[in-house]
Ligand binder design. Structure first.
Ligand code: HEM
Length: 124
């Protein structure tokens, strides 16, 4: 049986990698890069998708070990799921809306910090 600690580690590994992928894409677009000129677009997109999945795996795994039943999730989990969705959308946005890239450079780490806050303090 996979332990809480292992799910927690998976959660963190996914988090570290998702921010690497988002940061890389943001920097590329800030420097005038496009989808076509990004030589690492596919590996970065794959890394982004896989790491989001690993975050979810770790998150739901921890929930199972904490005895949180699916279907009646606490508010902080819903908030984290919304952040997870936003971080999912954030990989495509710089290419589609290049003006979004500077606000995103601020918003992405803010969203990550907020998700960490929800996980640690569980305010609701
Ligand atoms: C990318 C967004 C996310 C970030 C940055 C993030 C970050 C964190 C951090 C820093 C912790 C604290 C770990 C600890 O001290 O034990 C945590 C805990 C947790 N997270 Fe996330 N998380 C994210 C998304 C999610 C999602 C989508 C779920 C649900 C599916 C989730 C479920 C949990 C659970 C169950 C805990 C354990 C809380 C506890 O130890 O009491 N997280 N998360």
């Amino acid at each position: 049986m996979i332990s809480f600690a292992v799910y927690r580690l998976l959660h963190f590994i996914g988090i570290v990698i998702v921010f690497l992928a988002l940061g890389g894409s943001i920097l590329h677009v800030v420097n005038g890069g496009t989808k076509e000129t990004n030589r690492w677009r596919k590996p970065v997109a794959a890394l982004h998708g896989i790491s989001l999945f690993v975050i979810l795996l770790g998150g739901f795994g921890m929930m199972a070990r904490m005895g949180i039943v699916h279907g009646m999730l606490p508010g902080w989990i819903w908030a984290k799921l919304v952040i997870w969705l936003l971080l999912g959308a954030a990989i495509a946005l710089p290419y589609r809306v290049p003006q979004s890239v500077k606000p995103l450079a601020l918003l992405v780490p803010l969203l990550g910090s907020l998700a960490a806050y929800f996980g640690i303090f569980k305010p609701f």
